[in-house]
Design a protein around this ligand. Structure first.
Ligand SMILES: [Zn+2]
Length: 546
């Protein structure tokens, strides 16, 4: 049996408890013993003197689920390994690769391309169970816990229709969700700024989420208008859904509201809800930016009926004018179903476009939309529409505040909350994103935020990216250095661990990670990543229910 002895490290166990010195014995895929194990004769030893032995880090919010199915996935996830990540949560923002209705793939492949690998993705499954079986047979590089996405369920049953589901369609969605949870999916995600989830009224979400109640599985929403003027109503909507259904709520990338009064009001309402007994937690990206598909800058109604209709509308001169007008002037109002489904304003001046693959568009890649408009001598909306037509809709943007102290301060405030875990939320990974998140989300928390910013203790930093996300996502027997727990371990140097990547220089690798062990197997040591090890497991949740 595989045995590894980690000698004389400083154990930070992930619970927030004070560090202590001990040896750790790994046997098979488990942590077998912790203590003074000097006299054990084990052939594989790791000297950890002066280093921290921590549970492997968890990325609580990602779009890596689609990539996991690709033969290239372990290479694509190299950056996660180099940051010390051992477990990935995916299926966020309403998008899960399963369950899938193959008839919907032509639409999904265009709208959801932001989460896809460049090539080689084949949907060799239909149900969540099939998907898990497929991954297990093929092997995966990291542990994966999957949410089931509402957008996926809705698209499977009713395509991109902008109406409420019939009773039969509602039942089908509920059935698919229950089947997925029974197969081991950990909960339900919503992506209410995206098609087709954006076309749902509160009552649909309320009914769908009722499936979670007997399992006590979490609702994990990307709320409506989360960065726009519907922030308050969008937050109230998801709190109400969780409270009425008596289920845990985990708010995705909870950065909305800015330093406004709205944020203060919602923070108070969240505290009140928690006092009433609603379980609420959240996560955030440790950088002041977000990236997603450019398609979410278009009026939602333009996608009604599917992607083919969308492209036809862009080619119709009158409809194109209407779209342009709304993109630059529409102000969303509540409830969205009475205001053309818009949940947030179209584009602003700070959008960097990427993912352009056509030769004629290469010179425009990684430029701001407004610069592109200048270069092409077009109105920004026209420039965007023409690029979308030319690239078949498969383009992404990154927006927010770039290397700005104000933006960083806001992020620090959110992340300091003891209830906030950390996610990468990267899109367009296979298309050379300029987000520094890929090179230091986790090393920034444990390094820069502890040593330079003194935001929290090293023990607390480790808790935020280990046992906290494990408990939020109900992942059992991981996230803590404890005898009998799974041997997911990250060993790092507390003096050097850091993120030096920035928007100007996003491709600087993280520093300070020495060893990464997944399920008792070393996948990374001192600069070398063994991407053929495939030590990851599908973390099938086994919900006990009444
Ligand atoms: Zn999202």
């Amino acid at each position: 049996m595989n045995e590894i002895l980690i000698k004389q490290g400083t154990i930070i166990d992930g619970t927030g408890a004070r560090s202590y010195k001990a040896d750790v014995l790994i046997r098979g895929d488990l942590i077998a013993k912790i203590g003074n194990l000097e006299n054990l004769s084990i052939s594989k030893k790791i000297k950890a003197e002066g280093l921290v032995v921590s549970p492997g880090f968890m990325d609580v919010h990602s779009h890596l689920g689609f990539l996991m199915a690709s033969p290239r996935h372990s290479k694509l996830l190299e950056n996660w390994t180099r940051q010390g990540v051992t477990t990935i949560v995916s299926g966020n923002c309403g998008y899960s690769p399963a369950p899938i209705n193959p008839e919907m793939l032509p639409d999904l492949e265009k709208y959801w391309y932001f989460a896809f690998p460049k090539e080689g993705l084949q949907f060799n499954w239909k149900t969540m169970e099939d998907f898990f079986n497929y991954l297990e047979k093929k092997g995966i590089s990291h542990n994966l816990a999957m949410l089931t996405g509402h957008n996926t369920l809705r698209a499977n049953v009713m395509g991109f229709e902008n109406r409420s589901p019939s009773k039969r369609e509602m039942d089908e969605m509920k059935e698919m969700l229950e089947e997925s949870i029974r197969a081991g999916s950990i909960g339900l995600s919503l992506g209410l700024d995206y098609v087709p989830g954006i076309f749902s009224k509160t009552e649909e979400l309320m009914e769908l989420a009722s499936v979670l109640t007997p399992f006590q599985a979490p609702l994990v929403p990307h709320a409506r208008g989360f960065l726009g003027n519907l922030f308050t109503q969008g937050m109230r909507e998801i709190i109400e859904i969780a409270e009425k259904n008596k289920i845990p709520l985990h708010i995705s990338h909870h950065a909305g509201g800015g330093v406004s009064r709205a944020r203060k009001i919602i923070s108070e309402e969240i505290i009140e809800a928690i006092q009433r007994g609603v379980k609420i937690s959240h996560d955030n990206i440790p950088f002041p930016n977000a990236s997603t598909t450019v398609l979410n800058l278009f009026p939602p109604w333009a996608f009604s009926g599917g992607m083919k209709e969308f492209f036809n509308r862009l080619k119709d001169a009158n409809i194109r004018e209407q779209i342009k007008k709304e993109m630059s002037s529409f102000t969303p109002k509540w409830p969205p179903w009475e205001y053309k489904w818009w949940t947030h304003r179209g584009f602003n001046k700070n959008l960097f476009i990427f993912g352009l693959t056509k030769k004629e568009n290469h010179r425009l890649n990684h430029k701001k939309l407004f610069e592109i408009a200048d270069i092409l001598n077009k109105d920004p909306a026209d420039a965007l529409i023409d690029l979308v037509l030319s690239e078949d809709g498969k383009i992404f943007y990154i927006s927010g505040q770039f290397d700005s102290p104000l933006g960083e301060d806001y992020v620090k405030t959110i992340i300091s909350d003891p209830n906030c875990s950390i996610g990468t939320d990267i899109v367009g990974l296979d298309f050379n994103t300029i987000s520094p998140v890929i090179n230091g989300a986790f090393t920034k928390i444990v390094g820069n935020y502890v040593r330079e910013e003194k935001l929290f203790s090293l023990e607390e930093a480790v808790r935020k990216i280990t046992s906290l996300p494990a408990s939020q996502m109900q992942i059992e027997n991981r996230g803590v250095i404890k005898e009998g727990f799974h041997a997911d371990i990250t060993i790092f140097d507390p003096a050097t661990i850091s993120c030096t990547a920035s928007y100007k220089n996003p491709h600087v690798p993280p520093e300070g990670i020495e060893h990464v062990i997944i399920n008792g197997q070393i996948i990374y040591e001192q600069g070398i990543y063994y991407n053929n090890v495939l030590a990851g497991k599908v973390l099938r949740k086994n919900y006990s229910f009444s």
